[in-house]
Structures are given as structure tokens and as C-alpha cells.
Unconditional design. Sequence first.
Length: 80
Amino acid sequence: MKRLTMVLFKIGLVLFLVLGVSVVLAQAAGLVAGSPGLVSGAVSALGLAMTVAAGVTGLLGFVMSYLFHWTAQPDDGGED
């Protein structure tokens, strides 16, 4: 179960990061080209997929915290 969750998490992470970068690059190209349709169209085309991928990945991270028994470590404030 741990292995499957980790693989799905990594796939989701790459997916939503690639989608996010694609949206930003398309919007930047739209700004440079002076095309408001490209700026808003990038979010319309990729926004839902990006948001769903990010949400699923976040939930997988939450599940992994229980599967891997992660605990919060206190911050000692010192240098490492």
C-alpha cells in the first residue's frame, strides 16, 4: 500500500506542477502577445485538471502521513 501511494503521489505531483507551469507560460505568452483570450483561455483549458490533480495529490499526502507514521518534529531554532 505504501509503494502504491508513493507512486500515485509522485505522478500527481509531476502532473499538477507541469499543468501549473503550462498555465503560467501560456498566460505569460498571452501577456507578451497582448492576447487576453490566451490569458483567460489557459485557465479555462487547464485550470480544472490542475486543481483536481493538486487536490488528489494533497489528499494522497495526507493519507501517506498515516501510512508512514510521520510525526511533527519541534523546531529547535538552531542551525543545522
